[in-house]
Design a protein around this ligand. Structure first.
Ligand code: AP5
Ligand code: MG
Length: 185
């Protein structure tokens, strides 16, 4: 059966790192809304130009710029075997949108992973990484936005019964092993 995996978790929790590893292992696409937006900025597309200010401030990019992009991506042929979403959904409105979309493309309930990592470890990891939006001020705002808008998504999936909490404050390989155990079951 096709595998749909969603990575939740705060900035710096390892969503991108683990999604990339798991996508290779399972041979399914890794769909990161953050990466799609950063590539749109790098290519100066209209989407990139509209999204940049929000990303630099650590705010969510408005749904009107995100939802069609995700709908199109999940209608591509390469998702037949499965997909991994990293950074989407990050609000309850995006989660209900995704539910409808998965209904349209006949998908069973996805496997939702929440990576848990202590606050000070997140900040330390992001400051060391140094991406454009990894400044102290933007990191602080991204974490606030996560608590305000994305944490309720965790409760949304917990109520549906498909949430798996994983300790992300371990070595990369150990985290991957836990994820394989969850996804391959
Ligand atoms: P996005 O790109 O999704 O960023 P984020 O959620 O802030 O998360 P990060 O990518 O910073 O962290 P990560 O969890 O992927 O961790 P990583 O593996 O890199 O979003 C960026 C922006 O785009 C948003 O602020 C918003 O503006 C916009 N956006 C995106 N999606 C959107 C949406 N759906 N709706 C609206 N707006 C949206 O790891 C971090 C660091 O830690 C790395 O250096 C890594 O090497 C290291 N690391 C990873 N794992 C470990 C480990 N186990 N031990 C030690 N170090 C580790
Ligand atoms: Mg990421």
């Amino acid at each position: 059966m096709a595998t749909g995996v969603i990575f939740l978790g705060p900035p710096g929790s390892g969503k991108g790192t683990q999604a990339e590893i798991l996508a290779k292992l399972l041979d399914i696409p890794h769909i990161s809304t953050g990466e799609i937006l950063r590539s749109a900025i790098a290519n100066s597309t209209p989407l990139g130009q509209k999204a940049k200010g929000y990303m630099d401030q650590g705010e969510l990019v408005p749904n009107e710029l995100i939802l069609d992009m995700v709908r199109e991506r999940l209608h591509d042929q390469d998702i037949q075997k499965g997909w991994i979403l990293d950074g989407f959904p990050r609000s309850v409105s995006q989660a209900t949108f995704l539910d409808e979309l998965l209904g349209e493309i006949n998908y069973a309930a996805p496997c939702v992973i929440d990576l848990e990592v202590p606050h000070d470890v997140l900040i330390d990891r992001l400051l060391k990484r140094g991406r454009q939006d990894d400044t102290e001020e933007t990191i602080r705002r991204r974490l606030e936005v996560y608590h305000e808008q994305t944490e309720p998504v965790t409760d949304y999936y917990r109520r549906k019964g498909n949430l798996h909490i994983v300790d992300g404050n371990r070595g990369t390989n150990e985290v991957t092993q836990s994820l394989k155990d969850i996804v391959q079951n």
